[in-house]
Design a binder for this molecule. Structure first.
Ligand SMILES: C[S@@+](CC[C@H](N)C(=O)[O-])C[C@H]1O[C@@H](n2cnc3c(N)ncnc32)[C@H](O)[C@@H]1O
Length: 256
């Protein structure tokens, strides 16, 4: 039983070819431009609402204090920015940084609809995570949610994250990962390779393949331990991680 499930899964993986480093940015950006309008609703449907819970935990671990400058990298539709802005309070500052104009536009419209008496101002900035346009040591906290899996050069993005953080500044990465229990892993893979792409397409009408790219890119991304090593190699200290929902998602934390 286990053998045939795993063969089936491998067969499925072969049907979607992930883009190589050279064309990844173009392919990924085209997908997010197409998915932007339905991105929030799809996130909620496909994760059964869990992404809100994961994001609250990420911001809890980030340790934002009043007055902090917080960068929400690959911030898309600004969910994490809004949570961070409440913690940074009136005298803080939050930057939602993303390469994709359509995602930022949805985020900006959402921010305009949310009352802001007690939260930090949020600016949206179109910028590549691999070449950030911020000064060295200018940011107190940096969070990235479901973003680093999508950049073309992971090590370059991590080097930029390290560069823009102040010494002692904290970095939290929320990303899909590898479920730790074998049965849970198989069930999750069946869901993500067979059911998720179908629901994703129905809800968003997407034709770019983003919901086939999603499980394939998750399967390719380094597991919890490997990713911890990569973050350490980028110069961070006190790097640890916490599994959420049995390891479907992991929160990695590091300090500059
Ligand atoms: C899955 S969405 C995550 C959005 C948001 N952080 C969230 O958790 O809902 C990934 C985002 O990463 C952005 N992205 C991908 N590659 C990027 C890059 N090289 N630089 C900046 N943003 C990038 C995409 O445009 C997209 O908005």
């Amino acid at each position: 039983m286990r053998k045939s499930m795993s063969l089936h899964y491998n067969d499925m993986m072969k049907t979607y070819t992930l883009p190589g480093t050279a064309d990844k940015e173009t392919v990924v950006q085209k997908m997010f431009t197409s998915a932007a309008k339905a991105y929030d609703i799809n996130n909620t449907v496909l994760s059964f609402g869990l992404h809100h819970h994961w994001k609250r935990l990420a911001i809890g671990l980030l340790g934002v204090e009043p007055g902090h400058v917080v960068l929400d990298l690959c911030g898309g539709t600004a969910d994490l920015s809004l949570l961070a802005a409440r913690k940074a309070e009136k005298n803080g500052k939050v930057l939602t940084v993303d390469l994709n104009f359509a995602m930022l536009k949805v985020g900006k419209e959402k921010l305009e609809g949310v009352p802001s008496p007690d939260r930090a101002d949020i600016d949206v900035v179109q910028c590549n995570a691999e070449t950030l346009s911020f000064r060295d040591g200018s940011v107190d906290r940096l969070v990235v949610g479901f973003g680093l899996r999508n950049v073309s050069r992971l090590e370059m993005a991590l080097a930029e994250i390290h560069r823009v953080l102040k010494p002692g500044g904290r970095f939290v990465c929320l990303e899909f990962s590898t479920p730790t229990n074998a049965l849970w892993r198989q069930l999750y893979r069946l869901y993500s390779f067979f059911i998720l792409p179908w629901i994703g397409k129905v809800v968003s009408g997407d034709r770019t393949g983003i919901y086939e790219y999603l499980p394939a890119s998750i399967a390719r991304f380094p597991d919890q331990e490997r990713f911890r090593e990569i973050i350490l190699k980028a110069g961070f200290r006190e790097v640890s991680y916490r599994n959420l929902s049995g390891g479907i998602v992991a929160l990695h934390i590091g300090v500059k």
